[in-house]
Design a protein around this ligand. Structure first.
Ligand SMILES: Cc1cc2nc3c(=O)[nH]c(=O)nc-3n(C[C@H](O)[C@H](O)[C@H](O)COP(=O)(O)OP(=O)(O)OC[C@H]3O[C@@H](n4cnc5c(N)ncnc54)[C@H](O)[C@@H]3O)c2cc1C
Length: 498
């Protein structure tokens, strides 16, 4: 910014990162313009969709953070509208529910004597004849648990989520994340149970057993911030897709947005915050970024997502917030029960709204199926799982979500580094924040923390490094470094080609 120039920040994207940046900039009296491609919704991946009074998330969104500042911000924005919720989520496999996190005794008990014996035998075999130097997730988990437990509890779900064979995923991730098994302890608790293990599993009070949730879903948080923004005189400008990011090789000067009908508008600013996917941002630079930078951006990949909300004429369907579907006979990966997140997610307490989640790639057979076929698929799979009959489903809505998950393949980090270095050296007033904005498989708290730091750097001239906020939203200069990750944010990586 030239001396004496008044700051004005253009923000790309009105998800948690973009809106948190705006919220913080208002506190510093810095005016903003917020450009959002969605025609009428804020919140991005954390939006809440409404259909005839039924509200549902793009995947259920727990609000919890190790970062007190983020927790306080949620309270500041929504106050009493933030509910405290207990978590129940189980694994469904071949007609049975298993505790999650997995408890070996509960698992063996639920599998029944025959399958449990097979699992123990396969565990013993794996211990006697382990795969030497396991490189893949499959080999590592099979060594620790035996082939049968691996196929039941790890293989199907991991492959559903990432669309990659467990043979191609790195063992490192599993080794960091998954506790190995002590057969003796498991057998003792399975064969000599003091009490029958319940389907609910034991309640261990940790960060993952409790969470907060806005009464009307995560979108309520971001709708409130958008409302504050409107009152400050900067309403979110909807239906503006970023078309060009114009720069002079030293600074970004303006953004050109395009509406659905092709109307182009140009917005000048002193600083620019991007929470849109890095691949898109770099592809829209004008003049174009150098070839290696463009190649790095084009190499970043994503996993996409379809959520099918079904309205059911039944008050109670299952008690969980969500269920992981490990059953290989269906394509659905997870089922949310939004009423169990907050009763106000449904307009009528005699009804239920379930969200069936399908992981896919944009353009694949699932993605291109028409909505009616997807609703039929979801109804059929619910019936197949014995959860409810198709006749009880009275309505259904399909939401397709591009780029729901940034993919961590073996080269993504080096690609991100190329882009970071380029922006740092050539376009220092273009700031990246958020999930796809930084290609981080994160939760909202990470998006918010990175946005807060970026906003402070712009408004107060601080020099925080948003890349040092880890995806578990502990800022590295914070004292709580090194806590165990309880959030499941770590992601399996593809094994490097040998
Ligand atoms: C299935 C699922 C479950 C999740 N569960 C949780 C959870 O339990 N708890 C939790 O805290 N987090 C959860 N998350 C993560 C959370 O959704 C994200 O961390 C958060 O939404 C990221 O915010 P963001 O602003 O960085 O990005 P986004 O939410 O992706 O927002 C980016 C915004 O930019 C807009 N945009 C994109 N491209 C353009 C363009 N070209 N022009 C203009 N605008 C554009 C988008 O429309 C969007 O509004 C979950 C995510 C998924 C997919």
């Amino acid at each position: 910014m030239a001396e004496g120039e008044r700051p004005h920040v253009v923000i790309m994207g009105a998800g948690p990162a973009g809106l948190t940046a705006a919220y913080e900039l208002y506190k510093h009296d810095v005016p903003v313009t917020i450009l959002e491609k969605d025609p009428d919704q804020v919140g991005g991946l954390a939006r809440t969709v409404e259909h005839k009074g039924y509200r549902f998330d793009i995947g259920g969104h727990r609000f919890f953070s190790k970062n007190q500042e983020v927790e306080d911000l949620w309270t500041e924005i929504l106050g009493d509208e933030m509910l405290n919720r207990g978590r129940l989520s189980r694994i469904y496999y071949r007609g049975r529910f298993f505790a999650y996190p997995i408890k070996a005794a509960n698992a063996l008990w639920n599998l029944g004597p025959l399958e449990a014996t097979r699992c123990v035998a396969s565990y013993a075999w794996a211990r006697l004849r382990p795969v030497k130097n396991p490189k893949s997730l499959e080999d590592w988990v099979r060594n620790q648990f035996g082939w049968r437990l691996f196929t039941i509890f790890f293989k199907t779900y991991t492959e559903k989520v990432w669309g990659i064979s467990t043979r191609e995923l790195s063992a490192d991730w599993a080794a960091q994340r998954i506790k190995s098994l002590d057969l003796w302890l498991v057998l003792r608790s399975a064969l000599l149970p003091r009490r029958r293990p319940s389907n609910r599993g034991e309640v261990v009070t940790t960060l993952i057993d409790k969470f907060r949730y806005p009464r009307l879903g995560p979108g309520q948080m971001w709708e409130r911030v958008a409302e504050i923004s409107r009152k400050k005189g900067s309403p979110v400008l909807f239906g503006r897709s970023i078309d060009r990011v114009k720069h002079d090789g030293e600074r970004v000067r303006s953004i050109v947005s395009r509406s659905a009908t092709g109307i182009l508008e140009e917005y000048a600013g002193t600083d620019f915050v991007s929470s849109i996917p890095i691949r898109e941002l770099i592809g829209r630079l004008e003049p174009p970024a150098p070839e290696p930078v463009r190649r790095a951006a084009e190499s970043l990949s994503y996993r996409d997502f379809i959520s099918i909300a079904l309205m059911i004429d039944r008050a109670d369907v299952f008690p969980d917030n969500w269920i992981y579907i490990h059953d290989p006979s269906v394509r659905v990966g997870r089922i949310q029960n939004f009423k169990n997140w907050s009763p106000d997610m449904v307009p009528d307490q005699t009804k239920t709204c379930l969200g069936l989640e399908y992981f896919c790639f944009e353009g694949d057979g699932l993605w291109t199926s028409d909505d009616a076929a997807l609703v039929e698929l979801a109804k059929k799979e619910l019936a197949q799982l014995g959860i409810c009959s198709p006749e009880q489903v009275f309505d259904g809505v399909v939401v397709r979500q591009q780029k729901a998950y940034p993919v961590y393949d073996d080269a993504y980090q080096s690609h991100v580094d190329v882009i970071r270095n380029y922006l740092k050296n050539y376009l220092p007033n273009l700031h990246l924040a958020g999930r796809n904005g930084m290609h981080k498989y994160n939760n909202q708290d990470h998006s918010m923390m990175t946005a807060l730091l970026v906003a402070r750097n712009i408004a107060a001239g601080t020099a925080f490094d948003p890349w040092r906020v880890n995806a578990d939203a502990v800022y590295h200069e914070d004292i709580r470094v090194g806590e165990r990750d309880l959030s499941g944010r770590q992601v399996p990586e593809k094994i490097a080609a040998r």
